[in-house]
Unconditional design. Structure first.
Length: 144
């Protein structure tokens, strides 16, 4: 394997790890990476098997496509902004735990938008209530 190919694969791997870290730290695993992972796979295959001298142009194109796909799949609301939205709308209640949960696949299949919602648990004096927040729209639902 050529040194350039190894460096490109290393950069792709670091980018993928960075994206997954951002997803789990701020978005609690709700980001749908199907488009981005597909672009990564295609770029790795092209860089390994491409023998032409125009790899720099292809690298720039895939870099732009990667950034665009990553920006396209990032939800409008992070987990902390979803918690803020729920606590501001339902005053007098406090977050029961700092545990970050996501609901399992509530929206069915979608190639770009998240298919899972945030779960926010609030506690009142008398009861505990869970709310489900759509990470794309910010819409709040009662969770059973």
């Amino acid at each position: 394997m050529k040194k350039t190919t190894f460096i490109i694969l290393f950069i792709i791997l670091i980018s993928l790890i960075t994206m997954l870290t951002i997803d789990f730290l701020y978005y609690v695993g709700v980001i749908n990476f199907q488009v981005t992972i597909s672009l990564f796979s295609i770029s790795v295959i092209i860089f390994i098997f491409d023998k032409s001298k125009s790899k720099n142009i292809k690298l720039i194109i895939f870099g732009i496509l990667f950034m665009a796909s990553f920006l396209l799949v990032i939800p409008n609301y992070s987990y902390s902004s979803a918690v803020e939205k729920v606590t501001s709308q339902y005053l007098g209640e406090t977050v029961q735990s700092v545990e970050k949960n996501t609901a399992v696949y509530v929206d069915g299949f979608n190639f770009i938008k998240p298919t899972r919602h945030y779960i926010v648990t609030l506690k009142n004096d008398d009861f505990t209530q869970k709310y489900r927040v759509n990470p794309t729209t910010g819409k709040i639902f009662m969770h059973q």
